[in-house]
Design a binder for this molecule. Sequence first.
Ligand SMILES: [Zn+2]
Ligand SMILES: [Zn+2]
Length: 294
Amino acid sequence: MELIFKTSFHDNVKYEVAQICRELGYEVREEYKGKDWRADVLVLANNQMYAFEIQTSAQSLKRTLERQEKYKRDVVVGCWLFEKEPKQKEELEQLPLFKLNNNNDQLTVSLKDRKELPLNLFLRDFLQDKIRFSTILSPREIEVRFIEFDCWKCKLKNHIYYIGNYISPCNAKLFDGDIKIWDSEKIIFNPQIRDKVLSYAKNNIKLNMATIKERYSHTINNSYMSFGCFGCDSIFGDWFVHEAVIETWYGDGVVDKMIIPTKDTSIDLQVEIPHWCHPGDCNFCNSKQNNDNN
Ligand SMILES: [Zn+2]
Ligand SMILES: [Zn+2]
């Protein structure tokens, strides 16, 4: 889509929004005047009125919420596209508010750092109720990372693993990146995770997995579930494993990765993170199917 910059950016975007909504087959009015509000673009889609507001100047959250109240009162769904978003502690159900970006005349809408959608796809999915508010985030995938770890005793090269990200259907990535030092309840050693990782690693000639079992640690005078050398069985102390893991947080040193679908485990990974969920072809974060897996 090419933008013609003979008018203001605001007016160009408004025109684009109206044009896209018309092409989607909806009824559209530009600069529509309500009782005490005026919508940049008013759209009637599936028996629901939507007001799209293109906000190129700064507007506080308080003021935005005040304006949103008027739409709500008149049974209009206000949807805000901000060039510069107002500060928000968290995303709000009563306020669909997104960031509008212009990259070389390509208009996109970002759903925080989860997704960046071309304007036409954003509008299509928003109007078709494919972007919904969810108070919880349900990771659908667990990203396992493999890294090298040399045995401190016999110098054999072993591989160990940790969890990088928990990834939601709407593409939120919750970084874990830890092994939880000296904690025997480590999620990496959860049998459902461990067995999948080990069977994957067995079929991967690049990987020489450290063995996993309870070993006695002189550092903490106790036994705990640990990685240890597949050659000489020496314990790889959590502290050193933790240090090795941190060094690979940004990707360097990650030898391989695998994805474990959350549904293959009984681990409850849901977290309370209110967000506008756009799962594409997957289930919404708050859909019943996700909850049933746990
Ligand atoms: Zn060894
Ligand atoms: Zn989501």
